[in-house]
Structures are given as structure tokens and as C-alpha cells.
Design a protein around this ligand. Sequence first.
Ligand SMILES: O=c1[nH]c(NC[C@H](O)[C@H](O)[C@H](O)CO)c([N+](=O)[O-])c(=O)[nH]1
Length: 163
Amino acid sequence: SPTTCVTPSTENIDGSLLRIAIIHTRWNYEIVESLVRGAKETMISHYNVKPENIIVQSVSGSFELPFAAKSVIQSSTLFHAVICIGVLIKGSTMHFEYISEAVSQGIMRVGLDTNVPVIFGVLTCLNDDQALERAGLGNTQEKHNHGIDWGHCAVEMAHKNIN
Ligand SMILES: O=c1[nH]c(NC[C@H](O)[C@H](O)[C@H](O)CO)c([N+](=O)[O-])c(=O)[nH]1
């Protein structure tokens, strides 16, 4: 579908030397878990990224993702890319808008400030069904696990980061 992330010719990237961090929220964990799985399995199966080189950490909610991404990048371990995964679902207040804006600006800033690519893997959905579909969990034809796209994107950006 036109909305699917069209991954450029990245199939010949050898990911065996890449180290990737995935930071995910515990909020909306059932959906987040599916997104994390999609990203991990894509990097391992398509690019031969070693499972032991995919470091997974969790935080409470999406608002914590930028801080955690920055601290993992500034740790003693070198990461070639970081994927931040969270799910924001609109409630009945403006909370969603404020967090979504802060998180997207924050995640972009960490990447630019640290020169380590940080992939924006935060679903900002108006309801549960939208989130389920985008994690490949819905029961409609539209379902597509966006974690897969984020795995492709992380390898492509990590590869650029090395070369
Ligand atoms: O990741 C999420 N965090 C949410 N809130 C928590 C927020 O990300 C922080 O963890 C919290 O404000 C403490 O800083 C959400 N809602 O409030 O709806 C949500 O839908 N998703």
C-alpha cells in the first residue's frame, strides 16, 4: 500500500557487525511487544544482525524514550543505531498531543545531538484498533507491523553511520 515504508535497496547490507539498541515502553506492552519483535526479527533475518548485538531496554512510557536513548548512546557501549518504540493512544484529554510532540522532537534531537541515528518507532494513534493494526495485530487486511519498517530503517541508517 502507498503508506508502507518503501525500503530502498538495503538487501545487500551486511549487518553482522552492527550493534543496535531497542528501547521500548511498558505502556501498551502487548502492542509494543509485537513492534519490538518485528524490528528484531527483520534485522536478524534480513541483515544477519547478531541477536547478541541487539540490546533491549524498557522504560515506563514514551515520554522517557528520548532520555533513555541518550543515556544508552552515552554509555560505554558503542551503538550504530537506536530504535525507540512506544505506543501513544489518544485519551479524552490533551495529554496525547503534548506527549506526542515532546517525544518526537526529543527523539529527533537525540539523534542530531549524538550523531547516532535514532529511529522514531512511536505509534501515535487515535484509538486501540489503529495501534493494533500498525503492530500487525489487527484483524483487517490493513494490518502491517511497522516494527518491520523500523528494523529496515535502523540497519540502513546504522550502515550510513559506519561508512
Ligand atoms: O507511552 C505512553 N505513555 C503514556 N503516558 C505516560 C508518559 O509517557 C510518561 O511515562 C509519564 O508522563 C511519566 O513521565 C500514554 N498515555 O498517557 O496515554 C500512552 O498512551 N503511551
